[in-house]
Design a protein around this ligand. Structure first.
Ligand code: IMP
Ligand code: MG
Length: 186
């Protein structure tokens, strides 16, 4: 059950979250990251792939793709590692890539980079499947948590090391549909 109170707080199962990033701020950050990608891919003669990492990236992908001005193709995959508000540290590919990416340039579209385990695994999968190049684009980055060497090519926003929901991100599969981002209120 989801309870929405006048305090702009939301309750999902046993946890309460407060509004943290309004949609308007997300839009501005996505405008900026899309402009960087357009600049880098402007005039390309190939058709780069936007890799949607399900389920979390679904809203970010929708917002990002409508701002891109070059021809691109959408491919999806699904990776899981979180249970509740904690990462298990083990990344599982729950659904393989939905198309052949051999020889293609891939832009990974992620909702959030936290420990970085997911993007390390994605880079490995993409290399194994024969991608010509892969770049990481993330809506959110937790810099205090991220300690891996993989380059994050495009970051829309940096946030503190707290658990958040909304705009595609979930707490035990709830909260993905919120337009704004909410932070754990403890
Ligand atoms: P990482 O592998 O630790 O970098 O975590 C990446 C994945 O965990 C993200 O793609 C999200 O799906 C999920 N995740 C990380 N932090 C959060 C959070 O604060 N809220 C919801 N999901 C998160
Ligand atoms: Mg994700």
């Amino acid at each position: 059950m989801i309870i929405i109170s006048p305090m702009e707080k939301v309750t999902l199962n046993d946890k309460t979250f407060r509004k943290f990033i309004p949609y308007e701020k997300l839009e501005t950050a996505i405008d900026e990251v899309a402009a960087q990608i357009n600049k880098d891919f402007e005039g390309c003669t190939d058709v780069p792939i936007l890799l949607c990492v399900l389920n979390g990236s679904i809203m970010f992908m929708a917002e990002l793709m409508k701002r891109l001005t070059f021809n691109c193709q959408i491919v999806s995959t699904k990776l899981t590692s979180y249970v509740g508000t904690e990462t298990t540290g083990k990344v599982k590919q729950a659904m393989g890539l939905t198309a052949d990416i051999t020889g293609r340039r891939v832009i990974v579209v992620e909702d959030i980079v936290d420990s970085g385990n997911t993007i390390v695994e994605l880079k490995r999968i993409l290399a194994e499947k024969g991608a010509a190049d892969s770049r990481i684009c993330t809506l959110l980055l937790k810099p205090d948590s991220y300690k891996k060497d993989v380059k994050i090519d495009y970051t829309a926003m940096e946030i503190p090391n707290d658990f958040i929901v909304g705009f595609g991100l979930d707490y035990d599969e709830l909260g993905r549909n919120f337009k704004d981002i909410y932070i754990l209120d403890e």
